[in-house]
Design a protein around this ligand. Structure first.
Ligand code: HEM
Length: 346
């Protein structure tokens, strides 16, 4: 598009009957178009993983030392024990039935490190789990309280973030975000699936991306994870607005010392006709859900604030028996998490 305009302008400059002033104006247009073409070429060279982190920084600002997204969090530890059903679905050492130590970080959404936990901007809440497998190998699960993702690709996520930053409250209607929502109807629907819990322990978290389980006989099954609490407790927006700014972060370590917090890890099983490539399209509610095991969280981490700085959870950190599907998000996410980790570690 820019190239064609540039050619048109160059063609016009070549006309011999043109006045000097007009030629000068056109020449500056040529230069400007050339610069624009150059800028576009540079932008095209920036990997999408960097572009989304830049877009996150644009929406939330840059906060040195903090994650570009899910900046505010708390770390606890515990263990996972798989059910016999899990071992039938996947040969992963994660599901061999042994007791596996875990490090878990719960978080508020967004890149603002002091976001009030009860504010709508802190939704959806995140849960990132590092399973410390025998032999010193880790595998990660990075999940969130949205039931499905607003968009299905890194490019659309970048555009959603840019639309948010271009739509402040005073922006004329329809805003860029209104237009984005009109062309991506699952985005507002996805945001409609979250509300503030009364505790990180009383929330359910979804894997959203599809992964492929492979069992001992080589059988494959597409799954999406669900992390289900013992009880689900959500607040009304009014109740949430009255909570103290750190009520979720403060509650968890305290709660764990009173009584272990328990979740059930489950797998929603795809039917052969279910697509796996679009995380903004949930599978039908009636799909079979299999209990994969119990996650027990029983120890706060002394200096959680410092501990979280060193942690990097990657949705692509998998084991034998768990594979990526054709869902493009985990790879984009892993790249973006790496970019964010690089920036926050400087
Ligand atoms: C293209 C899509 C996405 C992009 C670009 C993206 C980007 C990011 C970035 C840059 C971070 C900070 C990472 C760090 O500094 O360690 C982050 C954190 C996080 N993201 Fe995403 N994200 C995406 C989709 C998702 C999805 C689909 C989920 C859940 C299913 C998710 C859940 C989380 C969680 C829980 C964290 C906090 C991890 C932690 O505690 O260290 N994100 N995301």
């Amino acid at each position: 598009m820019i190239t064609r305009n540039t050619d048109d302008v160059v063609g016009a400059v070549a006309q011999p009957q043109m006045s000097g002033r007009y030629a000068k104006r056109l020449m500056s247009l040529v230069l400007a178009s050339g610069l624009l073409a150059c800028a576009a070429a540079i932008a095209a060279d920036v990997p999408i993983t960097t572009q989304v982190v830049d877009a996150l920084n644009k929406v939330y600002g840059s906060h040195p030392g903090f994650r570009a997204n899910h900046a505010k969090g708390v770390v606890v530890t515990g263990s996972f024990k798989a059910s016999p059903e899990a071992a039938k679905l996947s040969r992963s050492p994660l599901f061999n039935g042994s007791t596996i130590p875990v490090t878990v970080r719960f978080s508020d959404s967004g890149g603002v490190p002091n976001v009030p936990d009860g504010s709508p901007g802190a939704n959806p809440h995140g849960m990132a789990i590092k399973f410390h497998l025998p032999g010193g190998v880790d595998t990660d699960m990075v999940i969130v309280s949205l039931k499905f993702f607003p968009v299905g690709s890194g490019e659309d996520f970048r555009d959603l973030l840019l639309a948010i930053s271009a739509s402040p409250p005073e922006a004329p209607k329809p805003t860029t975000l209104d237009k984005f929502f009109a062309s991506h109807p699952n985005a507002p629907k996805a945001f409609g699936t979250v509300s503030t819990p009364d505790s990180f322990a009383d929330e359910e978290y979804y894997g959203i991306d599809a992964f492929i389980f492979v069992n001992k006989t080589g059988q494959k099954q597409a799954v999406r994870y669900q992390m289900v609490p013992e009880k689900l407790v959500h607040l009304t927006p009014e109740e949430a607005s009255k909570k103290t700014p750190d009520f979720l972060i403060d509650d968890l370590p305290h709660r764990i010392t009173q009584k272990p917090v328990v979740f059930h890890l489950k797998a929603q099983m795809a039917e052969p006709q279910d697509q796996t490539k679009d995380p903004s399209e949930p599978w039908p509610d009636g799909r079979k859900v299999v209990d994969l095991g119990v996650l027990t969280l029983d120890k706060p981490v002394g200096n959680s604030f410092e501990a979280q700085k060193r942690l990097l959870f990657l949705p692509t950190s998998l084991t034998d028996g768990i594979e990526l599907s054709d869902d493009p998000l985990p790879a984009v996410r892993a790249g973006a998490y790496g970019v964010s980790f690089g920036r926050r570690s400087q």
